[in-house]
Design a protein around this ligand. Structure first.
Ligand SMILES: Nc1ncnc2c1ncn2[C@@H]1O[C@H](COP(=O)(O)OP(=O)(O)OP(=O)(O)O)[C@@H](O)[C@H]1O
Ligand SMILES: [Mg+2]
Length: 305
């Protein structure tokens, strides 16, 4: 039996654009699944189709073909009630206070008064907005609105979270808080898919990352395995280079006292070290640098071209 919380199979979506209704393929036979209890990072350049994927999943727009299911049932509207959604550009009634906004969303989700009274203070605490609970949203900063956005997505304690760029607009502290909230959701057994352009966040939090380009799934990687296994290059930090050194092209960064060099293989790195030391230079550090998600992402983009 599949353990997928979300399953997308062969989904295509075409938009009609402009006066003549020209067709534009936003999703092209996309297949992707998110396992129960995992955090999946959904990456791709602007216009790749991330938000469109979320909208078809939530039944906000209809795909042209393909099937989508949440907890195994494509038609079950009840399953969708177990999904919390943070849109890319959430719309709020700006004259409502933070507290009123969460009551409003709780009511939309069918929560009774008692349940809301218990849940909303917890959520305000979770997103660090207790101090602003009676302030109307028109007085909120962008980052505060993003926090109220995640709080509304969590209001009825959903099992699945679909978050469209949850980190956008947040300061470093807010980003850390958002990461902790998302990781906390996984600890509670929730399933999370989120889109982001901040690769380091995806690297820290995600079990897997999927890369979509031009509406097609391009790569799906197990983040921890990728980080464990692949050596991207070797780095050497030294005090000086031999005179007329052949390594000028390898310099990544140079300060008054230190030079950082980058090379591809271990053998080449060791040769460099020998040459540097023979010429009286000092090697301060050297070692393999693992592939990070950014390199992987950029590499996958090049392969496409
Ligand atoms: N309602 C629409 N009508 C016509 N084209 C649309 C519509 N919505 C999205 N598109 C197009 O579909 C493509 C995918 O858009 P989508 O918003 O899904 O991208 P995205 O990956 O979320 O990008 P971003 O990272 O910028 O948020 C884009 O080229 C976009 O212009
Ligand atoms: Mg988007």
């Amino acid at each position: 039996m599949s353990t997928a919380a979300i399953s997308i199979s062969g989904v295509s979506k075409t938009y009609r654009t402009g006066f003549w209704g020209k067709k534009f393929v936003a999703l092209d036979a996309l297949s992707l699944s998110v396992e129960k209890g995992e955090i999946l990072g959904y990456l791709g350049p602007n216009g790749a189709g991330k938000t469109t994927t979320f909208k078809v999943l939530l039944d906000l727009i209809r795909p042209d073909s393909g099937t989508l299911s949440i907890f195994g049932d494509p038609a079950d509207q009840k399953a969708r009630e177990r999904v919390g959604y943070l849109p890319e550009n959430p719309y709020f009634y700006m004259y409502l206070t933070a507290e009123e906004t969460l009551h409003f969303h709780g009511r939309l989700r069918g929560m009774k008064g008692e349940a809301r009274k218990k849940r909303i203070p917890e959520l305000l605490h979770l997103v660090g907005l207790e101090h602003a609970k009676s302030r109307s949203l028109k007085k909120f900063s962008r980052g505060m609105l993003q926090r109220i956005g995640i709080a509304q997505a969590l209001v009825n304690n959903p099992d699945i979270l679909i978050l469209d760029e949850p980190m956008s607009g947040l300061d470093p502290n807010g980003r850390k808080q958002m990461r902790d909230i998302i990781l906390g959701c996984r600890d509670q057994g929730k399933t999370v898919i989120f889109s982001s352009h901040i690769l380091s966040d995806v690297e820290i939090m995600c079990d897997r990352a999927a890369i979509i380009r031009q509406g097609k799934l391009q790569e799906i990687v197990q983040v921890s395995e990728m980080l464990d296994n692949k050596v991207a290059h070797w780095e050497i930090t030294c005090s000086s280079l031999p005179e007329n050194s052949p390594y000028e092209d390898c310099i990544v960064h140079k300060t008054k006292n230190q030079i950082l060099l980058k090379t591809n293989g271990e053998v080449e790195a060791k040769k460099m070290i020998q040459k540097i030391e023979e010429s009286g230079g000092r090697v301060l550090s050297f070692g393999p640098q693992r592939v990070n998600l950014e390199e992987f992402y950029n590499q996958s983009g090049k392969e496409e071209k």
